[in-house]
Write a protein that binds this ligand. Sequence first.
Ligand code: UN1
Length: 495
Amino acid sequence: MTTTFKNFIGGAWVEPAGGAYYENRNPADHDDLIGRFPRSSAADVQKAVESAKRGFDLWKRTPAPARGDALRRAGDILVRRKDEIADLMTREMGKPLAETKGDVQEGIDTAYYAATEGRRLFGHTVPSELRNKWAMSFRRPIGVCGIITPFNFPLAIPTWKIFPALLCGNSIVFKPAEDVPHTGHVFIEILLEAGVPPEVLQLVHGVGEEAGKAIVDHPEVPIVSFTGSTETGKLVGETCGRMHKRLSLEMGGKNAQIVLDDADLELALDGVLWGAFGTTGQRCTATSRLIVQSGVHDQFLGQLVDRVKKLKLGDGRKSGTDVGPMINEAAVRKTEHYVDVGQSEGADLLCGGRRATGKGLEKGWYFEPTIFARVQAGMRIEQEEIFGPVLSVIRVNTADEAFTINNDVKYGLSSSLYTRDVNLAFRALNELDNGITYVNAPTIGAEAHMPFGGVKQTGNGHREGGWEVYEFYSETKVGYVDFSGALQRAQIDNY
Ligand code: UN1
């Protein structure tokens, strides 16, 4: 019996206005149908926005510490249901259970951080220029937030956006990626159980070009947060710019791990394996370039290829699996395409490069972990985001050369440097053009209480996570109270 899921709009689980549905399947087993999900249209988004406006009126009056309490309860539920949610996430998007448990943990950490922010949300009180007058700033909620999220962190990324949005007193219209609607459904159930009022939360399933676009286009959604490709982010940005919306974009990456001659090579090896092939390379923080200094290049590459060949591909729900499937057929095709590009550019394919076959892999979207050597700066496989298990290795003679190559791409999310030279490590923090630089750690693994985001075409200047995201989801208002009993004119008669 196939389960047919619904949207959550107006405080109830409802069918999509047009009656259309799509199927969601397990990427490790095409025959495993998870359910049918609404293929929503602008009509559903319209109802969702109307309801979210009512929810906003109620929620913005709820004291921030009480809003925080609801999020703490959501964190408690995630703790209780961690294993079960990790299992359904792996079934839905493929990465191994250890990783989906980490994904749930990121949601838990984000919940508990958000809960404490309910008792801060600081403004400033500063001295006034004038006598008997106070000057202070404080935070106000904004309204209905459009939240559009990707498949690779089906729980963590929605929590990065939705918890701070709610904590600040906004309501939401949430569209999870069409490949991970089940996790989105469970997440909304948890928020309801935690006591967030129903009309504060709207879940609208569907595809980006329809439901996602309708959210971005809607005049009464003043704030949009989007994580996804740079191409789609550009379209979202154009609309939001034209409509004067507040927008947070998290988009592509072409992240490099730099390994210098003095590095701890064992450590660097573990780092690149995890950075490049964790989540099957489908992270915006994935290591897709490895820049190695000539003194250790050949040795390091040899060891790396040996280790990569031993990675075990398989169903993420089976123990012993190192690398799960890719998300769908289109992702496999894109990766295949880039393998062709790399070969035609003259890079050396050292391992992988094709769909993985073999026992247990017949029904999934598996791709072999792939390494290209002799990659030159400027090649397309060195410049463009592949979002798959493909690593491009570039040989350099000096740290300066490595830094230049790191910076010479259009993206700027994360970077990593393996060295024992403390001076160089600090220079890297200053000189690498990324939102995040790791020293002696891989390019992935950002922590929930730290600001997350990138420079250049990775983002548009905002950060998620940490304390900075609360700036995005609230408006600063200033209050002046003059208790002098006389007309005092600022900037004119202050003495
Ligand atoms: C993403 O790939 O979109 O730092 C986010 C990391 C994770 C988040 C990745 N905590 O890799």
